[in-house]
Each structure stands twice: as C-alpha cells, then as structure tokens.
Design a protein around this ligand. Structure first.
Ligand code: HPA
Length: 279
C-alpha cells in the first residue's frame, strides 16, 4: 500500500497530463534559483502553469522567486522548467520542498538541472562566476527521505557515491570551455539559512571542503537521486565570503551577483540542453 504522499504526487501528475498536449512527457527538468527566473524567457513555452493551480505546490514567499512551471519543447526536447522554489527557511518542510521533483520524476523526468545562487568560499572566486557542482554536503539537518520509504519512488538507502552525473558535468565543462567561460567547480554546502554565515561558520565550511554555500538544492538533489534521476547543479556565485575579512552581504548584492552570472549560466544551460536535444 502506498502512503498518502504517493497519491498526492500522482494526482498532480494527472493534473499536469491534462493541462499539457497529448503525449507530452518532460525528459529534462530545470529548476531556476534566486534571480535566475529570466532564463525561462528563452524557452518556447507551450504551457505556463502557476504553482497556485497545482495541488501540493506551495507558494514561494520570496519575491525573487516567480512560482511558475513552464512545460514545452526546447528544440524538440521535452522540458519542464520550475521557476521558483521553496526553502526550509520559509517554513516549508523537506517533503514540500521536494514535491515538484517527485511529481516531475513520476511523470517521466530523467535529467534534473538545478541552479542556485551561492556564496563563494574560495579566495579567488569572483561574484558572477558559475560553479559546476561536483558534490554536496547536506548541512540542513533535514532529509526528504525521512519517514516510510515509498518503494515505487526509490530505495530505502539510496547510494550517494555519484550524485552529480559525470557525463552531464563533462558536457557542461565542454560547453563552458567552448564559449570561453571562466567557470569554477566544487562542493556546494546546503544550509538552512535564512541568515548568512558568521566568519567562524565560513571557516568551518572551508575546512569541511566546501567551495560554495547556499540555502537550497541539496534536498531536491537527494529526491531526484532517490528516483534515479541524473543530476547537474549550477551555482551562480553572487558574493565571496572570506572569514578573515568578512564583508556584509545584502540581498541586493546577491541579486546583482546572480545578474552578473546570468549570461554564463544561460550559455551553459543552453549548451547542455542543445547537447541533450541532439541525443
Ligand atoms: N551564504 C548562503 N547563501 C547564499 C550566499 C551566502 O553567502 N550567497 C547567496 N546565497
């Protein structure tokens, strides 16, 4: 017998099937993070659904997140684009935060691309750079897999030895290099927020081996991997945190940094999607 959450996901999948053209099944799912919502404009939209129409989709309380789902074909590639996500700091739990991933995975999504805004932890990082996420550290203290396991979704104890897909990373690197983009690679540490980090916390994250820090992504990635999805993660480095010379970071600065990173983020995203559309 399936738990209630399984049926809630199935219900939203049915609703989306009804709303979309006959036979449409998204293969790639892209989640747009803070200040990156404009990326949605490059997609030939077939349909555009407000999260409010979808049972189980919470409402983002942050102004920088739109809360819309776009479904369409990008050069023939069936794509779902989640513009806006929810965060633990808004008061949502791990189940709510990962609900869209569950829905799109159950519908047929195979490849999950997550974007976010993050604080850089490497001395020579620059605001506006894109970091390809090679691994993560879940420091949220939360996990979407807590509770009865839904066997139809995935195993009780999902393996995490290869979370970020090597092939997708390789494609992203090639795309970036071909475009002459100076990109970074590294480990993303996911924290609850909403406050930014103290110098001591920043130092701790560096010692742990993190290259960037943010308040999202890790729970969604865990859910996507639970379903067996292939994952690519892209961080827009919006500010750089130096524990010995910590500067205040404002939301305006984060949005400005995301703005600076948008061109490279868009180029990498488009290049990866083009490669997926061709194969
Ligand atoms: N810390 C945590 N989250 C963030 C940061 C940061 O410095 N910048 C953007 N998101």
């Amino acid at each position: 017998m399936h738990p209630a959450i399984y049926w809630e996901v199935e219900e939203t999948v049915s609703k989306l099937r009804q709303l979309s053209p006959q036979g449409f099944v998204p293969r790639v799912v892209v989640t747009l993070g803070t200040g990156l919502g404009q990326l949605a404009e490059s997609i030939d939209r077939l349909i555009d659904v407000s999260y409010q129409e979808l049972e189980g989709f919470a409402h983002s309380t942050v102004a920088s997140h739109a809360g819309r789902l776009y479904l369409g074909y990008w050069h023939g590639l069936p794509l779902a684009l989640l513009s806006g996500r929810w965060h633990l700091y808004e008061g949502y739990n791990a189940q709510q935060i990962t609900f869209p991933v569950r829905v799109l995975a159950q519908w047929g999504g195979e490849i999950f691309i997550f974007t976010n805004a993050a604080g850089g932890l490497i001395e020579d990082m620059q605001a506006g750079q894109v970091m390809l996420i090679t691994d993560h550290i879940n420091l949220t203290g939360h996990n979407p897999l807590i509770g009865a396991n839904v066997e139809a979704w995935g195993p009780r104890f999902p393996d995490m030895s290869r979370v970020y897909d090597a092939q997708l990373l390789s494609v992203a690197r090639q795309v970036a290099e071909k475009a002459g983009i100076i990109y970074r690679q590294g480990v993303y540490a996911g924290l609850v927020g909403p406050n930014l980090e103290t110098p001591a916390e920043t130092r701790m994250l560096q010692i742990m081996g993190a290259s960037a820090v943010g308040m999202s992504t890790v729970l969604e990635v865990i859910a996507a991997r639970h379903h067996g999805g292939s994952v690519l993660g892209l961080s827009a480095i919006t500010n750089v945190n130096k524990p010995d010379n910590m500067q205040p970071t404002s939301m305006e600065q984060v949005l400005q940094g995301a703005d600076l990173a948008r061109r490279d983020m868009q180029a990498i995203l488009n290049g990866v999607l083009a490669e997926l559309a061709a194969n």
